[in-house]
Design a protein around this ligand. Structure first.
Ligand code: FAD
Length: 390
C-alpha cells in the first residue's frame, strides 16, 4: 500500500507511542533519497517511507541564491537518454523548470513534484536522531516524530549540510561556502577564496560578478587536468567557461601551488592565510572556504555502523551495503568503488536499481523495472536507433 504525499510539521509523539513498522526506511529526501524511493517502486508490494529532517530537497533550498547546476539539464528522454540531472528515467528537470542550469530551489521543487506525482511517502521535519541495530537484524530509529522499525535502512543524507569547517587550524576564522545564503550580502572588499574546484570557482565568480576583487588560492589547477577526464576531479566545462570570463575581468588573481595549512588571526583581528611552502597572504575579509565537506558527509551521523578505510572513506559491498551492518545501504555522492567516484547525480543514480533488486531478492519479492535499462546507459536505449535514419 502506498501512502499519499505527506509533509507535516513537527509534532511531539508521546514516548509510549507504538513504533511504526515499514519494510524500508530511507533517511533523507534529497536527490538520492527520492531517486532511491522511485527505484523501489519497481518492487510491487514493498512499503517505503522517507524521513527528512527539513523540507524535500532541503540542501538545494540552502544553496546560495546565485548557485546554478553545473551539469546541464536537457530533455533527451524521447531519444532514450535520461536528463543528466533526473532522479528517474522518465522525468526531466529541464522540462520541469524550463531551464538548463537549475537553481537550488528550482531543483528542490522538481523533487517535490516527483514526490507528489509518484505518490512517494515522505515525512518532513522528522530528523532521525538515533539508529539501533537489534539482535533480530532489524533497525529501530528514534526520530523527532517518534519511533520507526524497519528491515532495511537506506542512508541518503548527502554532504552539503555537513561542511568541513576546519580543514586546517584557523578554519573558524573563515566563511564556508555552505554558510553563504546570498553573495550579495557580503561587504564590499578584497576576498581570498581557498580551493580550486567547483565551489571555490563558483565563489570567486559570484564575488567578481558583484564587483569585488578576489585572490583564488589553488593547490592544483583542476582545469588543467588534461589527462583526467573524470568530472569528479576535473573542473567542469561550465565552470571553465566562467573562469575564462573571470580572468578577463581583471579582478581575479589566481595563485597556484598554494597548499593552505593555516589561517591565523592576531590580537587586532588581522587575518593571514599560510601555505605549506612558507608563503602567506593577508586578508581583509574572512577567507572563503571552497574546500569541501566532511568525508562520509551525513553518514557520519551513524559512523559506527560503517566500515571506514584509512583515508576516512566508507567501504561498501557490491550492492552498496555496509560491510559492518547487513541491511544498511548508502546512496548518494559518498558512494565510491575505487577508482569510481559517484559524486554527481547522473553517477550515483546508476546504483539505485542495484539496491532495489537486492532488497527484492532478500524479501522474495518480484523486481519489475519499469524503464528500459538502456535509458540510463551512456548511449541511451539501443532500440531507439534500430532502423532509424537520423
Ligand atoms: C554548489 C553545488 C553545485 C552542485 N552542482 C551539481 C551539478 O551540477 N550536478 C550534480 O549532479 N551534482 C551537483 N552537486 C552535487 C549534488 O548537489 C549532490 O551530489 C546531491 O545533492 C546529493 O544528493 P543527496 O540526496 O545525497 O544529498 P542532499 O541533497 O544533501 O540530501 C540529503 C537530505 O538528508 C537530510 N538529512 C540529513 N540528515 C538527516 C537526518 N538525520 N534525518 C533526516 N534527514 C536527514 C537533509 O536535510 C537532506 O535533505 C552540486 C553540489 C553543490 C554543493
Amino acid at each position: 500500500m502506498r501512502h499519499p504525499f505527506v509533509c507535516r510539521p513537527v509534532i511531539s509523539i508521546p514516548s509510549e507511542s507504538p513504533m511504526r513498522s515499514v519494510d524500508v526506511v530511507i533517511v533523507g529526501a534529497g536527490a538520492a533519497g527520492i531517486g532511491m524511493a522511485r527505484a523501489l517502486q519497481d518492487v510491487p508490494g514493498l512499503e517505503c517511507e522517507i524521513l527528512e529532517s527539513g523540507r524535500i530537497g532541503e540542501s538545494f533550498r540552502r544553496w546560495p541564491v546565485q548557485t546554478r547546476f553545473i551539469t546541464p539539464s536537457f530533455y533527451s528522454n524521447p531519444f532514450g537518454l535520461a536528463d543528466l540531472n533526473a532522479v528517474d528515467a522518465t522525468s526531466s528537470p529541464a522540462i520541469f523548470a524550463g531551464a538548463e542550469h537549475l537553481s537550488g530551489p528550482q531543483y528542490a521543487d522538481y523533487l517535490s513534484f516527483i514526490v507528489e506525482a509518484a505518490e512517494l511517502s515522505v515525512t518532513c521535519d522528522c530528523k532521525v536522531l538515533d539508529v539501533t541495530r537489534c539482535a533480530n537484524g532489524r533497525f529501530e530509529l528514534e526520530t523527532e516524530q517518534g519511533g520507526y522499525e524497519t528491515r532495511f535502512l537506506i542512508w541518503a543524507c548527502g554532504e552539503y549540510q555537513f561542511p568541513d569547517l576546519k580543514p586546517f587550524p584557523g578554519g573558524q576564522w573563515c566563511l564556508h561556502y555552505a554558510d553563504v545564503g546570498d553573495w550579495q550580502s557580503l561587504q564590499p572588499g578584497h576576498y581570498t577564496v581557498i580551493g580550486g574546484y567547483e565551489s571555490g570557482v563558483d565563489a570567486a565568480a559570484n564575488l567578481v560578478a558583484r564587483g569585488h576583487s578576489v585572490r583564488l588560492l589553488v593547490r592544483r589547477a583542476t582545469w588543467d587536468l588534461a589527462d583526467i577526464y573524470d568530472p569528479s576531479v576535473a573542473l567542469s566545462p561550465y565552470s571553465q567557461e566562467r573562469l575564462r570570463d573571470l580572468q578577463r575581468s581583471g579582478r581575479l588573481e589566481i595563485v597556484y601551488g598554494a597548499d593552505i595549512v593555516q589561517v591565523s588571526r592576531d590580537e587586532a583581528g588581522a587575518l593571514r592565510v599560510h601555505a605549506a611552502d612558507g608563503r602567506y597572504w593577508d586578508s581583509q575579509t574572512p577567507p572563503v572556504l571552497g574546500t569541501g565537506f566532511l568525508k562520509g558527509g551525513g553518514a557520519r551521523q551513524i559512523a559506527e555502523l560503517w566500515s571506514w578505510d584509512d583515508q576516512g572513506r566508507i567501504c561498501l559491498g557490491s550492492a552498496d551495503e555496509s560491510l559492518r551492518t547487513p541491511g544498511l545501504f548508502l546512496v548518494g555522492p559518498q558512494v565510491r568503488h575505487p577508482p569510481l567516484i559517484y559524486c554527481f547525480i547522473y553517477k550515483f543514480r546508476q546504483r539505485f536499481s542495484l539496491i532495489a533488486r537486492e532488497i527484492a531478492e532478500r524479501l522474495s519479492l518480484e523486481y519489475l523495472p519499469h524503464e528500459q535499462a538502456g535509458s540510463w546507459g551512456p548511449f541511451g536505449n539501443a532500440e531507439c536507433c534500430e532502423g532509424c535514419e537520423c
